[in-house]
Design a protein around this ligand. Structure first.
Ligand code: PBG
Length: 332
């Protein structure tokens, strides 16, 4: 026993900024981060989102600028969401060759590929879901009684996936939580000659209050909720089953969403997945930190860094966050 009586002093490793940096177990890198972007048909100026300060609905031109910024910042990827000028019951703009999302993907493909041969460029991801395109706001098509029709929706997703792949998407990202969506999309992509297009499965996606601001971002018309297809926040084991099914159906990556309230699920999925695991820090998580920061109730910048680092610490290989560009700047 030493004269102080204290043998172990963990504080030694916290004493200086240099020591803390040396022993940090988790480091963020710009390449871990994926920036979600919204593009709206017919906009002439970017439209700021009141519930997501600092984020906008992009015009087709400003989207291209944002994708270029993501490229120049060395981000790992961009995830595109399209908002059509007109919505209908089947979400017919979702798979239209000249639909807003397909146009945005084609323009993004061009910008992302403007790099010297052999250099990494951000991976181009497309949200593969109907809710941005339907007038009722659900993630699928409806039966005559208004229920979300799983198998009829799969046909729509297959068509959307092929349209997105044709438009240049590297990654198809089914986020609608229909049973069998990964297998159906894999088959459709393979049959259409897109065997090399990847699938990022939104595997454990919860029916969450934290998607609130996103509804503004995509002009969602939803009344009611998504509880018959998105998961109950009480359940963790069920999230593992969803991830296992998606892996068995051929998912190249799996996702847990939202992130911050589901770090236990994220850790559990990461522990059993042998494919990369993504987590989506969603609109409400962003809005809460922005709002509290704007009020001076928390230190916004520190909270941003803490929240995103915690998602990586919990096991995410890939993190979707609306702060991706700002973080990349800080990390430089
Ligand atoms: C579905 C989709 C949603 C989000 C991403 N993809 C909305 C929902 O499922 O209700 C939410 C993202 C966010 O809140 O940031 N297309």
């Amino acid at each position: 026993m030493s004269s102080t009586g204290i043998v172990y002093r963990p504080r030694r490793l916290r004493a200086t900024p240099g020591m803390r940096r040396l022993v940090a177990e988790t480091r963020l890198h710009a390449a871990d981060l994926v920036l979600p972007l919204f593009v709206k048909e017919g906009l002439t100026e970017p439209a700021p989102l009141a519930s997501m300060p600092g984020q906008v609905q992009h015009t087709e031109d400003s989207l291209v600028e944002a994708v270029r910024a993501a490229r120049d910042a060395g981000l790992g990827g961009v995830m595109l969401f399209g908002i059509p000028a007109a919505k209908d019951a089947n979400g017919s703009q979702g798979d239209a060759a000249d639909g807003i999302l397909q146009r945005a993907l084609r323009a993004s493909r061009t910008v992302l590929d403007e790099v010297p041969a052999g250099t990494a460029t951000p991976v181009l991801m497309a949200d593969t879901c109907l809710d941005e395109f339907t007038d009722h706001g659900h993630c699928g098509v409806l039966t005559s009684t208004g229920a979300v029709d799983n198998d009829a929706t799969l046909t729509r997703y297959a068509s959307m996936a092929v349209a997105q792949a044709k438009a240049g998407a590297d990654v198809i990202s089914p986020s609608g939580m229909m049973d069998g969506q990964v297998a159906t999309i894999r088959d459709a992509l393979d049959d259409a000659g897109f065997a090399d297009t990847s699938i990022l499965a939104y595997s454990a996606k919860y029916a969450s209050a934290y998607y609130g601001p996103f509804r503004e971002a995509v002009d969602s018309e939803l009344t009611g909720d998504r509880k018959t297809y998105q998961m109950d926040f009480a359940n963790a084991r069920e999230g593992l089953r969803e991830a296992d099914l998606d892996l068995a159906e051929g998912a190249d990556m799996v996702m847990v969403k939202p992130a911050g309230s589901y770090l236990d699920v994220l850790r559990a999925v990461a522990d059993r997945s042998d494919v990369p695991v993504a987590a989506y820090q969603v609109s409400g998580e962003y809005a809460m930190i922005e709002a509290a920061g704007a009020n001076g109730w928390i230190d916004r910048d520190r909270a941003v860094m803490e929240s995103v680092t915690s998602i990586k610490r919990a096991g995410a290989d890939v993190i979707l966050t609306y702060w991706a560009l700002e973080l990349a700047d800080w990390l430089r």
